[in-house]
Every structure is written in structure tokens, then in C-alpha cells.
Design a binder for this molecule. Structure first.
Ligand SMILES: *Cc1c(COP(=O)(O)O)cnc(C)c1O
Length: 402
């Protein structure tokens, strides 16, 4: 393996997405190589012994590390501006590993209530079985964070923008309060993508991704990643946890992800542009009660979104005028946009959170998050925005009985 000799951290993000972390084998291939191998061989018994004693650093077993996975980790680290990255098999493996490496029995975490369903399950159901308690706050209310963090806590976990109502949480303010309470801040940055928001710059300690979403972005495979600037935590907690518990990303999926990063800048620009165009259209449509998009002036946290994020993202959430019947009628009338709970995909996808992603919550819990019977989340893809608008327009008109 030869490291790309001209690789340097001074490259701009679009260049790093194409070339960052690239390591060529002795065959001088243009494209990143796929090392689809579980293990590696040693030249001698002595070399194997030295490897296991950690006297020499080399690939040993793909649960510990793999050259294709490393290229993905190194490339993503350059984009995030975080020196340390480990890839995982799914986004949820990243969330659980990051939390598990900070928490001990008797600890307490504080989390924003508006979380991805499985993240909420980890915090509210799994962690308590290990003696770790969780307190939930309205992430947009700094008074609630202040009250919850007036007592010591080990970790703060939050998602911004949140799923599906696109709440924006003040990363700098929450990080300051969290650190004063002794807590480390873990941010699920999926909705912002690694290009639109860099939580470490606002004081967060760890960033986690579901790479399944925009990083692959083409609906092919699952993956995740954990990024940090905390070398000591990374080396003494996270690496041994991953090596021994095995949430490792497969080399094949890492190869898809590294190729996904190559086009991420282009795709995210188009996602954001399309989403903004569609959101502006929906905001004026008689079949829509309310439209949520962080870069619309009508968004409740619009100023903070402009401050923290370099664009509005790819998700638009609406309240369809009427109720559940009209929301279902709208979804069923879509011709181009698919009904699917995934997001960040090249294809535009729409879902009814109250009966899919958030159906396990009670009506009251959903109402507290702003998820109503008429709420529909739309992940805006890479199609022509005019085709999306035509599809949304005819579906809304049909749902209204027009
Ligand atoms: C999808 C998602 C996850 C989980 O990722 P998987 O790759 O499906 O395990 C976590 N957080 C957010 C915000 C997500 O959208």
C-alpha cells in the first residue's frame, strides 16, 4: 500500500471527498480498491507474534481494521474535521458504541426528546437495564437543558435537525452547559450530513452518523461512523470496544460508502436546492396547513439554522390540511415520490411518521414532539424539482378531493 503522497489536509472539502484517504495498492489502480478479505497473512511466526503484542502496526483481522474501511474512515474524518473516526455496520451500532463507551452503571444521561426511534429506545429502555438513567428535555428549550444539567451527568445526546419536525438545537449553548455538568456531548448529525454542520466546532465531543442515509445516498447498504477529536477516549475506550464487540463495517459496504463520499458534495447541493424549492412551493399550497424547512423564514428556529448550518438539508415536513385521511390520501396519490421510511436517498421518499417511524409512541408523546395525524415527512431526492412539484401538487389536490 502506498499512501497518496500528495494527500494533505489543506485540500478543500470537495477535493477531500474525491481523494482524501486514498491508498493505492502495488497495482496502481485508479479507483479505491475493495479488500474483500476477513484476514491477513504474516511472513513469519515472529511477525504474527509481534503483531499480537502490538509491537508492529499492520492489518490483522477485518474486525479490527481493513484497508478499504480505513479509506472510508480517513476520508470522512477529513470532511468532518475530526482527527479520529471508526466506521460501524449501521448508524445504530455507532450510536450504541458511542454511548456505551462513556457510560457506567449509576450514570445519568440527558437527551433531547426528539430522537430517531431506535436512539430513543436505547436511551429509554436499554440503558436503564444497565443502571443508567435518562432524562429527556425539549431540545429547543435552553431552560430545560439548564435545569436538567444542574445535576451531574455523564453524557448529553441530541439530534439536530431532529426527525421528523426539524427542530434546531443550539449546539454551542448546550455543549457549554453539558461540559459544566461533567457531560460529554454526542451529536447525531445525520440530517445535517457531514457537509452542512460540524458539531465539533460548536463544542460537541463526538459526532455519529448513519452512513446509510446521505453518505451512501443511493439506497444500497447500511453503515455508520463515530468521529471525535478526543484521542484518549478514542484509543482507550472506543477502539477496544469495537475490536472486542464487533460492530465493524464490512469492506464491501465501506467501498460503496467511499464511492458515495466521492459524489456527496454534488448530491447534497442538489438535495438542498430541490428541498428549498419544494418547501417554498408547499408553503403556498392550499392543501398544506404548515411547512417545516430550516431555511424557510417561517421555520421557528430559522436564525439558529442559518447560524449552525450552511444549507437547509434535504427533508421537508408538512401538515396536510385535514387530518389522517387527507395525509394518507396524499401519500397514496403520489405517482413519482415513493412511500418509504428511508431518507437521504437519490429517490424522493415520503412517510407518515405517526403510523410508521413514531407509531410506538403514545398520542400524547407524539403531540409533544409536534407529530400529528396530518404530518408527512418528505425526503427530497435528486430528481428534477419541477417533476417533484407537479407530483406533490396533483397528490395534494386529489387528497383534498379536488
Ligand atoms: C437512520 C438513522 C439512524 C440509524 O441508522 P441505521 O443506519 O438505520 O442504523 C440514527 N439516527 C438518525 C437521525 C437516522 O436518520
Amino acid at each position: 500500500m502506498t499512501t497518496n503522497a500528495r494527500q494533505n489536509k489543506q485540500w478543500r472539502p470537495a477535493t477531500n471527498l474525491v481523494r482524501g484517504g486514498l491508498q493505492r495498492s502495488g497495482f496502481d489502480e485508479t479507483c479505491e480498491a475493495l479488500f474483500l478479505t476477513s484476514g491477513f497473512v504474516y511472513q513469519s511466526a515472529e511477525e504474527a507474534e509481534q503483531t499480537f503484542k502490538q509491537e508492529i502496526e499492520r492489518y490483522q483481522y477485518s474486525r479490527f481494521g481493513n484497508p478499504t474501511v480505513r479509506m472510508f474512515e480517513d476520508r470522512l474524518a477529513l470532511i468532518e474535521g475530526a482527527p479520529f473516526c471508526r466506521a460501524t455496520a449501521t448508524g445504530m451500532a455507532a450510536v450504541f458504541a458511542a454511548l456505551a463507551c462513556f457510560l457506567r452503571a449509576g450514570d445519568r444521561i440527558v437527551a433531547s426528546r426528539a430522537l430517531f426511534g431506535s436512539c430513543y429506545h436505547i436511551a429509554s429502555v436499554i440503558l436503564p437495564t444497565y443502571g443508567i438513567s435518562a432524562d429527556f428535555v425539549d431540545g429547543t428549550d435552553l431552560d430545560q437543558w439548564e435545569a436538567a444539567l444542574s445535576r451531574p451527568a455523564a453524557a448529553v445526546f441530541l439530534e439536530t435537525p431532529s426527525n421528523p419536525m426539524l427542530d434546531i438545537i443550539d449546539l454551542a449553548a448546550v455543549s457549554t452547559m453539558a461540559h459544566a455538568a461533567g457531560a460529554r456531548v454526542i451529536v447525531d448529525n445525520v440530517f445535517a450530513t457531514p457537509l452542512l454542520q460540524h458539531p465539533l466546532e460548536f463544542g460537541a465531543d463526538v459526532v455519529v452518523y448513519s452512513a446509510t442515509k446521505h453518505i451512501d445516498g443511493q439506497g444500497r447498504c447500511l453503515g455508520g461512523a463515530i468521529l471525535t477529536a478526543d484521542q484518549s477516549w478514542f484509543e482507550t475506550s472506543l477502539i477496544p470496544f469495537i475490536r472486542n464487540t464487533g460492530p465493524s463495517l464490512s469492506p464491501f459496504n465501506a467501498w460503496l460508502m467511499v464511492k458515495g463520499l466521492e459524489t456527496l458534495d454534488l448530491r447534497v447541493r442538489r438535495h438542498c436546492e430541490n428541498a428549498h424549492t419544494v418547501a417554498s412551493f408547499l408553503e403556498g399550497h392550499p392543501g398544506v396547513e404548515r411547512t417545516f424547512f430550516p431555511y424557510l423564514a417561517s421555520h421557528p428556529h430559522h436564525a439558529l439554522a442559518r447560524q449552525q448550518m450552511s444549507d437547509g438539508g434535504s427533508i421537508v415536513t408538512i401538515n396536510v390540511r385535514g387530518g389522517r385521511a387527507q395525509a394518507f390520501g396524499f401519500l397514496n396519490a403520489l405517482n413519482l415520490i415513493d412511500i418509504s421510511n428511508n431518507l437521504g436517498d437519490a429517490k424522493s421518499l415520503a412517510t407518515h411518521p405517526a403510523t410508521t417511524t413514531h407509531q410506538k409512541l403514545t398520542v400524547e408523546e407524539r403531540a409533544r414532539l409536534g407529530i400529528l395525524e396530518d404530518t408527512v415527512r418528505i425526503s427530497i431526492g435528486l430528481e428534477d424539482a419541477e417533476d417533484l412539484i407537479e407530483d406533490l401538487d396533483q397528490a395534494l389536490t386529489r387528497a383534498a378531493g379536488g
